[in-house]
Design a protein around this ligand. Structure first.
Ligand SMILES: Nc1nc2c(ncn2[C@@H]2O[C@H](COP(=O)(O)OP(=O)(O)OP(=O)(O)O)[C@@H](O)[C@H]2O)c(=O)[nH]1
Ligand SMILES: [Mg+2]
Length: 277
C-alpha cells in the first residue's frame, strides 16, 4: 500500500497561500494533536519569517501527556504554541491572549493566515475565534477550497484549503495522516490502513482497544472485529472493507481512547519537521 494524495487544488492553494502571506501580519499553523510532528507541512515551514503561532487542535482525542510534551518542547524552542479542543472551546481564550500579546502595539487588528494540512480544524478554529459560523466545517478532508477572509473577536482571519506535500518521505507518516483522516479515504486501501492501525494500537494503547472490542486473540484483529460486529459478506466471510470503515470511524471519534500516533519530541531523532524551527 503506497499512500499519495496531492490533487490539483493543493498546488493552486499553495500558490494562493504564498501570495496571501504578503498580505498578513502572521500565521496560525494548525496541527492535529494526534500527529503533532507528522501533520506539520514541511513545505509551509519555509514560507515566511512572519510571526507564527502553532495551534494544536483536537486535544480531546490525543494523549494528554504527549500533548503537554509537544507544547513544552515547542515553547522551549522559542515557538508560540497553544493546545485547543474546539468541540468544547478549551484553549481558545488562551490562544486569543497569545495573539493579542504577539501583535500588541500594532495599530490595525491582526490579519492572520490560517494554514495546515486537510481536516485539522482550520475552519472550526476560525469560527471559534470569530465567534461566528462563517467558515464551512466538515469531517472529511478537502472541505475548504478557496481562500476566505473572516472577521470577529478583534482579528481578521484568512481561511485556506488544507494542503499536503507532493511526496511523503516515509509511508509511516502517510499512514498516520490517513488514520486521522487528512487523506481522502477513497484513495486508500482502508483494510490495509485499519490492520496497521490495530496492530499499532495493540502495541501502544491496548486498553482502549480492549474496552471497545473485548479481548482480541485472532492473528487478524480486523477480521476478528468484523466477525464480532457482524460485518459479513453473503457467504459468511468477513467484509474487511466494512470492518475497516468501522474501526477507522471508532478511532477518529475517540472511541478507542485518547491516542497520539507520533512519538514524543524526546523520542524523535533527526526529525525533518522541526530541524529548522
Ligand atoms: N474532536 C474534535 N474535533 C474537532 C476539533 N476541531 C475540529 N474538529 C472536527 O474536525 C473536522 C474538520 O474540521 P474543519 O474545520 O472542517 O477542518 P479544516 O482544517 O478546515 O479542513 P479542510 O478545509 O478540509 O482542510 C470537523 O468534523 C470538526 O468538527 C477538536 O478540537 N476536537
Ligand atoms: Mg476548512
Amino acid at each position: 500500500m503506497t499512500i499519495q494524495w496531492y490533487p490539483g487544488h493543493m498546488t493552486k492553494a499553495k500558490r494562493q497561500i504564498q501570495e496571501a502571506l504578503k498580505l498578513v501580519d502572521g500565521l496560525l499553523e494548525v496541527v492535529d494533536a494526534r500527529v503533532p510532528s507528522s501533520s506539520r507541512n514541511p513545505d509551509l515551514l519555509e514560507l515566511t519569517a512572519k510571526p507564527r503561532i502553532i495551534v494544536l487542535t483536537k486535544t480531546d482525542l490525543a494523549d494528554p501527556a504527549k500533548t503537554k510534551e509537544w507544547l513544552d518542547f515547542w515553547q522551549s524552542q522559542g515557538e508560540r504554541a497553544v493546545g485547543v479542543n474546539l468541540l468544547q472551546g478549551r484553549g481558545v481564550g488562551q490562544l486569543r491572549n497569545v495573539v493579542a500579546r504577539t501583535f500588541a502595539g500594532s495599530r490595525r487588528q491582526p490579519r492572520l493566515l490560517v494554514v495546515g494540512i486537510p481536516n485539522v480544524g482550520k475552519s472550526a478554529l476560525i469560527n471559534a475565534l470569530t465567534r461566528k459560523k462563517g467558515a464551512q466545517v466538515g469531517a472529511r478532508p478537502g472541505v475548504t477550497r478557496g481562500k476566505q477572509w473572516l472577521s470577529g473577536g478583534g482579528m481578521l482571519l484568512l481561511d485556506s484549503p488544507g494542503i499536503l506535500w507532493p511526496r511523503f518521505e516515509d509511508q509511516e507518516t502517510a499512514r498516520r495522516l490517513a488514520a486521522v483522516a487528512a487523506i481522502r479515504d477513497e484513495v486508500l486501501d482502508q483494510a490495509g490502513l485499519a490492520s496497521w492501525l490495530l496492530n499499532w494500537l495493540r502495541e501502544h494503547y491496548p486498553q482502549g482497544l480492549q474496552e471497545r472490542y473485548g479481548r482480541l486473540e485472532a492473528p487478524s484483529a480486523l477480521e476478528e472485529i468484523g466477525r464480532k460486529r457482524g460485518c459479513l459478506l453473503p457467504g459468511g466471510e468477513v467484509d474487511l472493507h466494512q470492518a475497516a470503515a468501522f474501526v477507522l470511524k471508532d478511532f477518529r471519534t475517540g472511541k478507542l481512547g485518547a491516542v497520539t500516533l507520533d512519538q514524543s519530541p524526546s523520542e524523535v531523532q533527526g526529525c525533518k519537521n522541526w530541524k529548522n524551527t
